[in-house]
Design a protein around this ligand. Structure first.
Ligand code: SAM
Length: 246
């Protein structure tokens, strides 16, 4: 009889570290990470873990020294090269805090390369705390096995976003109607744009539709909440034109 697989699978803790790995054999963890490994995970000298720095892949490390507020890791060997990620950016109108946090966490899991908060005429969120969003993205990357972090861009106005366009295709999620994503999404650099709870104004919709390389897409016959629309568009892109096809 085949052995019953253990569930959940035993996996090593994974941590993002700010020191560039690869050139170093030893790294010092900050107090928060030392506390997490030592007091929450109850790991001590000799325990293994995985670390990544956002650019050099993933490395196996071992706890060398553990103090009350500090910990030193010995970096042993590279376990993974940095993964290739689809060049897909998501520009979203920030919503309420909890929903924006959720959006950032899930978009990181789905493999977004850059997140751009966009202030539109009907955006209600006045401030976006980038540091908070960065730490949510780091936790999600640690959990889902990414070796690169998404870039969290400074908030821009819709006007600035449209003015700073490059060659990448702009997929505009338009609840007023557009091409079905199955035929619209193409492999290649992409910018997905989704609106706020109240939607884009008619003036904004006209400006987005008139922008170079802009393709209005429909996410189906139902009106999705702003954060659902952003993640549904990203998931559909990954399935149709991104790395779910491999
Ligand atoms: N203005 C709408 C209303 O009040 O009826 C709702 C806007 S919707 C909550 C927020 C954003 O999600 C929209 O601006 C759009 O980008 C996206 N969205 C929601 N449902 C969509 C759909 N079926 N197709 C395309 N985009 C959609």
């Amino acid at each position: 009889m085949p052995a019953t697989p253990a569930w959940p699978p035993k996996s090593l803790p994974r941590l993002f570290v700010r020191q560039p790995l690869g050139e170093v054999t030893s790294i010092e963890l900050d107090a928060g990470q030392a506390n997490y490994l030592g007091n929450v995970m109850r790991l001590g000298p000799g325990a293994e873990l995985l670390v990544f720095d956002g650019s050099s892949g993933e490395w196996l490390a071992r706890i060398a020294e553990a103090g009350k507020k500090r910990m030193t890791l010995a970096v042993e060997r590279r376990t993974r090269e940095p993964e290739a990620m689809p060049e897909v950016w998501l520009a979203f109108a920030p919503v309420k805090r909890a929903q924006t946090d959720w959006l950032v966490e899930k978009a990181t899991e789905l493999g977004v390369a850059r997140l751009i908060p966009v202030m539109t005429q009907r955006t209600v969120a006045e401030r976006v705390k980038l540091e908070r969003l960065e730490s949510i993205a780091i936790e999600a990357a640690e959990q889902c096995g990414r070796t690169r972090l998404p870039e969290i861009a400074e908030p821009v106005t819709l006007k600035q976003l449209l003015a700073a366009r490059d060659e990448r295709r702009l997929y505009f999620a338009d609840e007023g109607g557009g091409a079905p994503v199955g035929s619209a999404f193409q492999p290649g650099p992409a910018l997905i744009l989704t609106g706020p709870e109240g939607g884009f104004t008619d003036e904004e919709r006209a400006a987005i539709r008139a922008a170079a390389n802009s393709i209005a897409v429909s996410l189906g016959p139902r009106i999705l909440r702003a954060e659902t629309a952003a993640l549904a568009a990203l998931a559909a892109f990954m399935a149709i034109a991104g790395d779910w096809r491999q």
